[in-house]
Design a protein around this ligand. Structure first.
Ligand code: NAG
Ligand code: NAG
Ligand code: NAG
Length: 368
């Protein structure tokens, strides 16, 4: 039996100081500690909760917590940051509201290499053996949830929301982490619902609804030197609705070397989705790269099976692999995707890939 100490943060106004005092007490306790933020609405400045702690930590958050709207209130690129904690739980129905609408007009990170990183709502840095459950991230100024250097961290019944035109508001971004589970969650935002950066291993996404947003993405990879492989991505029983892309793997042309392998996309429902299945090894937004020079990222062991629904673009399956390293061991099972728009019939387009066909595809695989 675990025994817990519970630290309330005060009913009236649990501001930054009260929260940090509560966290320190819980973190230094020999028995597991719980920080309680009761219901209410209040503003919280940039907050870092950093371990290591002597025992596991819980945050029970029932409140709606608002970020300062002014970006000059932030010194780093994280608003609420949990760092170096082993044994972690964040739960309770609370809402983290980044008040991003005041900052989105300042965001030009998608257009330029040198830009100011706006703060992300929730950052998990080097958190292990953790659970985030029944928590909402709303209107982040930048990425909503960022996972870095984590191991065995589950997001269950998490809600992510922002308008579809909010720039760079990726739902959950994962990098250099392993054993990440995202289950039974609802993500609607202005950029990728879920995105995997380099060093993501063993990531499981099950029962996620995505939309609006740019879809579920691996990459982009290849833009930076010495990126770690992305391996083991299992996306099952998910629904995408009205998103700009469906499931997407993207790498830069003229890139540094990299590896993407062992990905399974199964039982995916697409409802009016653009580019439902897309491998794009010439990903070059805003022309910030040299097109025509092949990507050096090697893609292998990809399974796509039981993908059904409707597309908002005529190219429903688009696998554009690198001429330098054609995609290897790609398996296509049952894929049924319709297009009813004015731009002709649904087609499936492939280059530099010869998939193994194990099911029926409508339209037929790799028509051009
Ligand atoms: C993963 O973390 C959870 C806590 O969320 C814990 O219950 C479980 O035992 C951990 N799994 C492993 C393999 O350590
Ligand atoms: C996906 O759904 C099917 C059918 O409802 C179920 O049998 C399967 O266990 C689910 N897969 C996962 C990984 O939850
Ligand atoms: C791809 O799968 C094969 C067979 O399952 C395995 O031997 C190989 O190591 C995998 N390749 C990569 C790059 O993971």
């Amino acid at each position: 039996m675990l025994s817990w100490i519970t630290v309330m943060t005060g009913l009236a106004f649990p501001g930054l100081q009260a929260l940090q005092v509560a966290f320190k007490a819980a973190c230094n306790s020999e028995v597991p500690g719980r920080v309680v933020v009761p219901p209410g609405t209040f503003t919280l400045n940039e907050a870092l909760f950093q371990g290591p702690c002597k025992s596991p930590i819980e945050f029970l958050v029932q409140a709606t917590i608002r970020a300062p709207s002014d970006t000059s209130a932030f010194k780093t690129d994280g608003w609420v940051v949990f760092s170096y904690i082993n044994g972690f739980k964040l739960y309770g129905g609370g809402v983290f509201d980044g008040q991003g609408m005041y900052a989105w007009t300042l965001n030009d990170c998608h257009k330029t290499f040198s830009c100011r990183q706006l703060p992300m709502n929730l950052r998990f840095n080097f958190v292990s053996n953790g659970l985030v459950k029944d928590i909402t991230s709303k209107d982040s100024k930048s990425f909503q949830v960022n996972v870095l250097g984590c191991n065995n961290l589950t997001f269950d019944h998490v809600t992510v929301t922002a308008p579809d035109n909010s720039p760079n508001t990726d739902g959950i971004h994962i990098g250099r982490s392993s054993g990440i589970y995202i289950t039974n969650s609802n993500i609607g935002t202005g950029d990728d619902c879920i995105s995997l950066g380099d060093g993501s291993k063993d990531v499981h996404v099950t029962g996620v609804k995505c939309g609006p947003g740019h879809g579920i993405s691996v990459g982009s990879l290849g833009k930076y030197q010495n990126e770690d492989p992305v391996t083991g991505f299992y996306v099952k029983n998910c629904t995408l609705t009205g998103t700009m892309n469906g499931i997407r793997i993207k790498t830069w042309p003229a890139s540094y070397p990299g590896v993407i392998s062992d990905m399974q996309f199964e039982n995916i429902r697409m409802d009016n989705v653009g580019n439902p299945v897309i491998i794009d090894q010439e990903y070059c937004p805003w022309n910030l790269c040299k097109r025509g020079v092949p990507s050096l990222v090697r893609i292998s062991n990809i399974t796509i099976d039981n993908v059904h629904g409707t597309s908002s673009t005529p190219v429903v399956v688009n696998m554009g692999c690198s001429p330098a390293f054609p995609c290897k061991n790609v398996r296509l099972g049952k894929i049924y995707l319709g297009y009813n728009g004015p731009q002709g019939r649904a087609v499936s387009v492939c280059s530099n890939v010869s998939p193994t066909i194990t099911g029926t595809q409508v339209p037929p695989a790799c028509t051009t």
